[in-house]
Design a binder for this molecule. Structure first.
Ligand code: 13P
Ligand code: SF4
Length: 343
C-alpha cells in the first residue's frame, strides 16, 4: 500500500522562507512554492512506487533537498548512504562522478543522474590515459585520487579520498611518495597539512582546479575581518592554500556545517558553493552569513522536472553504466578508502 506523505505549499514555504542567497532564483515566495508542490508530490509518489531513494548533495537547490531528498550530505556521507541503501533505484541529484561512485558500490542497482549538466571541472580535467602515463613517469608513487574523478580514472588509482578524509587517509599510507590527482590546490593543501602534522610525504599533484573554489582569495578574508572582527572564516580544501591558511576551519561541506553548529560565534564567512549557505540559513536562522558565495553550474542544473522525468522514463544517458572490469578496479580504489577510514 502506498502511504506517500504529501506536502502543501504552506509547509514548503515555512521550510524555505529564511533562504535568501544570491538573486531571486534563491528566494522562496509562497507563489513559487505553489509551483513546486505538484512536482514534489508526484516525485514522492513515484519514489515509493519504484522503491527509489534520492541522494542529494548540499550544493543542489533547496526545493530538491527539502522537497524530495532522502539523504543530504557531502560526497563521503552520500557514498556511504549509497552503500547502505536497500532501495532498487538510486537517483543521485548531484553530478555524474557521484552517481558513478554509487554505481561502483552497487552494481546490481539502477543509478540515475538527473543533472542536465552533469560534469565537474575537476572530474573532467583528467582521463585514464593520462593517469597511465603518469604512473609510468612516477612508478614508485602511490596514486591517490580525489572522489571528484571518473570511474575510469579511479580504476587506475590505488586509493580514493574525499574532502572529509584526505588528510587522515594519506597520513596512513605506508609509502612516502604520493601522487595526488586531479586537484592542484587540494594537493598543495595536503602537502602543507602533512608538513604541519610532521608526517614525511613527498606529495606531487596534477594541475586541475574547481572553478568555484579557486575564485576565493585571501584579500576577501582580510576585508571581511576588518568589517566583522568576530567573524569565523570557514573554507573548503579545494580553495587556495593562502585562503585555507587564513581560515578558522577547513573541511568538507558537512564538516563546515558541523563547525558552524558547534561554534559560539554568530557571524560566518563560508567560502564554498551557495547551496551550503542556503542550508545554513534554513537550519541555523540565528547565525549570520557575511560576504558572498559562488554557484556551481553543474550542481545547480538539477531540477525537480528532471528528477520526475528520470523516475518516470529515464533516457539511456540518465543511467550510469560502467564496464564491469573498470567497475571492479574502481571498487578496489574506493574500498581502500573505506578500509583506511575504518582504522
Ligand atoms: P564535499 O565532499 O565536501 O561535499 O565536496 C564535493 C565537492 O564537489 C566540492 O566542490
Ligand atoms: Fe566540481 Fe567544483 Fe562543482 Fe564541486 S563545486 S562539483 S568540484 S565544479
Amino acid at each position: 500500500m502506498i502511504t506517500t506523505q504529501h506536502i502543501t505549499a504552506e509547509q514548503l514555504h515555512e521550510t524555505l522562507k529564511n533562504i535568501k542567497v544570491g538573486g531571486s532564483a534563491c528566494h522562496y515566495s509562497l507563489k513559487k512554492c505553489e509551483e513546486f508542490v505538484p512536482l514534489i508530490n508526484e516525485i514522492r509518489e513515484l519514489k515509493e512506487e519504484k522503491n527509489a531513494v534520492i541522494l542529494v548533495h548540499s550544493y543542489v537547490s533547496p526545493e530538491i533537498i527539502y522537497g524530495v531528498g532522502d539523504f543530504v550530505g557531502d560526497s563521503y556521507a552520500l557514498s556511504k548512504n549509497a552503500m547502505q541503501t536497500k532501495a532498487d533505484v538510486i537517483v543521485f541529484a548531484a553530478v555524474r562522478f557521484m552517481g558513478e561512485t554509487a554505481q561502483i558500490l552497487n552494481p546490481e542497482k539502477e543509478v540515475l543522474v538527473p543533472a542536465a549538466l552533469d560534469g565537474c571541472t575537476l572530474a573532467d580535467c583528467i582521463d585514464a590515459d593520462q593517469v597511465r602515463a603518469l604512473r609510468r613517469e612516477f612508478p614508485d608513487y602511490t596514486f591517490v585520487c580525489y572522489v571528484n574523478t571518473t570511474a575510469e580514472v579511479k580504476a587506475e588509482c590505488d586509493v580514493c579520498v574525499t574532502s572529509a578524509n584526505v588528510y587522515r587517509v594519506v597520513e596512513q599510507i605506508p609509502n612516502d611518495k604520493i601522487y595526488f590527482l586531479p586537484d592542484k590546490l587540494m594537493g598543495q593543501n595536503l602537502a602543507n597539512e602533512m608538513r604541519r602534522r610532521g608526517v614525511k610525504k613527498d606529495v606531487r599533484y596534477f594541475s586541475g582546479t574547481c572553478y568555484v573554489h579557486e575564485e576565493y582569495g585571501e584579500e576577501q578574508i582580510f576585508r571581511i575581518r576588518t568589517e566583522y572582527p568576530n567573524v569565523k572564516v570557514v573554507s573548503h580544501p579545494e580553495c587556495k592554500p593562502a585562503v585555507c591558511e587564513q581560515s578558522d576551519f577547513v573541511g568538507s561541506t558537512s564538516q563546515m556545517i558541523n563547525y558552524m553548529m558547534e561554534t559560539e560565534s554568530k557571524e560566518f564567512l563560508m567560502l564554498t558553493e551557495c547551496g551550503l549557505s542556503s542550508r545554513l540559513q534554513k537550519e541555523f536562522p540565528d547565525k549570520r552569513l557575511v560576504g558572498t558565495c559562488t554557484l556551481c553550474r553543474y550542481m545547480k542544473s538539477n531540477t525537480l522536472e528532471d528528477i520526475l522525468r528520470v523516475l518516470k522514463n529515464p533516457a539511456p544517458s540518465d543511467r550510469v553504466l560502467i564496464r564491469e572490469d573498470i567497475r571492479q578496479k574502481a571498487a578496489r580504489c574506493v574500498e581502500a578508502m573505506f578500509a583506511y577510514t575504518r582504522q
